[in-house]
Design a protein around this ligand. Structure first.
Ligand SMILES: Cc1cc2nc3c(=O)[nH]c(=O)nc-3n(C[C@H](O)[C@H](O)[C@H](O)COP(=O)(O)O)c2cc1C
Length: 138
């Protein structure tokens, strides 16, 4: 059984669309106080992502023991894992799982997969990495 944990911010909701096509239990990381203007998202969330600042999201209860595999789907921000997915991974530790990491971006994702280092326990096995550029799988 898979848990699909996703965050999606833009109006297109690309990561959400990708996540919902995968079979399993879905969990959305929702910001507590979302910023709705793209310009301010770029400035505020771009800064928080690069400066490794904390963000707040709605409380989620996930029983990780129910799942063999966990799939993470989220947008690339500043070339790397975005602030909300990073915060979720800092707050939720899990062990001995298969993990798939999926990103969604416009084409710039140089640090995305390596930026998960240290956020996912070494006892987990990363089984797949996928990137969607403008909604199309690479
Ligand atoms: C703060 C911020 C930073 C972003 N940084 C990048 C980036 O470095 N590279 C890129 O290709 N796209 C970047 N984007 C665009 C998103 O990654 C892209 O539109 C993504 O597909 C949105 O997914 P979503 O619809 O699930 O939110 C950024 C968007 C925001 C809001």
């Amino acid at each position: 059984m898979k848990a699909i944990i996703y965050h999606s911010m833009s109006k297109k909701k690309t990561s959400k669309e990708i996540a919902l096509k995968i079979e399993g239990d879905h969990f959305e990381i929702k910001p507590l106080k979302p910023i709705n203007t793209y310009f301010f998202q770029l400035i505020v969330y771009g800064f928080k992502t690069v400066a490794n600042k904390g963000v707040k999201y709605e409380k989620m209860d996930i029983d990780f023991s129910k799942y063999e595999e966990i799939v993470f789907v989220s947008p690339v921000w500043a070339g790397r894992v975005n602030a909300f997915m990073r915060q979720f991974l800092k707050d939720n530790r899990f062990h001995d799982k298969k993990v798939t990491i999926i990103g969604s971006c416009e084409g710039g994702y140089d640090k995305y997969f390596e930026s998960y280092k240290g956020l996912i326990d070494g006892c987990c096995e990363i089984v797949e990495k996928q990137m969607y550029v403008k909604g199309v799988k690479e």
